[in-house]
Design a protein around this ligand. Structure first.
Ligand SMILES: Cc1ncc(COP(=O)(O)O)c(C=O)c1O
Length: 326
């Protein structure tokens, strides 16, 4: 394998915990959770693993400013702003929507980390605005480093390649062999890393992304391309076929960030059976999918599953959800 630049600041390995009460309640397989909400860096989440590689690349290239984009309550932006602060870099965030009157949840934290925020009314304008800001920062000698939406490029995906090795070692020590890794997928970096990691390190179970907002076709094309490109960074290219990528878009018809009744019930069920926090955008949706698949009998009772809690809990405190969650 190639030597890959990485700065180790994530709290790894994240624990794997068994959710016995939840499993009993659902009468299904043994459910384990990979606590990637506990990766550290500004309340944790899946972006920490990606940022270990992205920040290392930025610093190696002499960057002075990170620039990235997302929704107003983006977890990726919150964690990127924290990483920039930690490594002495500037941070510009391009957020779509209009500037809310109050700062709460992730947006409050973006501001706390000192990020410079630029608002774009339409998501479609985000790319163009980012390019303009990039050029301005360059002209001002602030050496910008561009991190795509969700930190999902081949470098970011590497974080989840190595997460598979970590989970496999832990599973071995726990004496379990999860039939499936299941998690929320959106910009595809987490999914791509897990799919590539499974191939590289020999995880034989299924790697199933529950879509947060994209179609199965889009995810298959996007994730297979990202996994293939990320494999090149490890030393030799593996070409992934879109059909190898497993994704389910049955649970995202309400639209991004719109909390459904099934998601509210899933969030409450995890909270009330296990004292475990999910988030209203990503892990709540993934858990609603997981519960539905269990109820449909997709998994055998004798099997075990690994649900990846990818974080996002600050959004529980976003104004949009406060009156709807309970
Ligand atoms: C909490 C959380 N879970 C899952 C995801 C999806 O990860 P990815 O964008 O790598 O598909 C995100 C993306 O922002 C997230 O914030």
């Amino acid at each position: 394998m190639n030597e890959i630049a990485r700065i180790r600041f994530a709290h790894l390995p994240t624990p794997i915990e068994e959710l016995k009460t939840l499993s009993a309640e659902l009468g299904g397989p043994r459910i384990f959770v990979k606590r990637d909400d506990a990766t550290g860096l500004a309340l944790g989440g899946n972006k920490t693993r990606k940022l270990e590689f992205l920040v290392a690349d930025a610093l190696a290239k002499g960057a002075k400013t990170l620039i990235t984009a997302g929704a107003a309550q983006s977890n990726h932006c919150r964690q990127t702003a924290a990483a920039a602060a930690r490594f002495g870099l500037g941070c510009t965030l391009v957020l779509n929507g209009s500037e809310p009157k109050e700062s709460n949840a992730n947006l409050l934290l973006d501001r706390l980390f000192g990020a410079h925020i630029v608002w774009v009314p339409e998501r479609a304008d985000r790319e163009r605005v980012q390019m303009e800001i990039f050029r301005d920062l360059e002209a001002a000698g602030k050496s910008p480093y561009f991190i795509p939406y969700g930190g999902s490029n081949p470098i970011g995906a590497l974080g989840y390649v190595f997460a598979v090795r970590e989970a496999m070692e832990q599973s071995l020590a726990l004496g379990i062999d999860p039939a499936c890794y299941i998690f929320g997928t959106s910009s595809g970096g987490t999914h791509a890393g897990l799919a590539l990691g499974a191939r590289v390190f020999g995880y034989k179970g299924k790697v199933v992304g529950i879509s947060i907002d994209e179609s199965v076709d889009w995810l298959k094309a996007r994730v297979s391309a990202l996994s293939s490109d990320a494999s090149e960074l490890l030393g030799s290219r593996i070409d992934f076929n879109p059909d190898e990528i497993m994704a389910d878009d049955s649970y995202c018809t309400a639209g991004y960030g719109i909390l459904t009744e099934a998601e509210k019930s899933a969030i409450k069920l995890f909270a009330r059976t296990e004292g475990l926090l999910l988030d209203p955008v990503y892990t709540g949706r993934a858990a609603a999918g997981l519960i539905d698949l269990i109820k449909k009998g997709v998994f055998k009772k004798s099997e075990s599953l690994l649900f990846w809690n990818t974080g996002g809990q600050p959004s529980l405190f976003a104004a949009a959800y406060q009156n709807y969650l309970i």
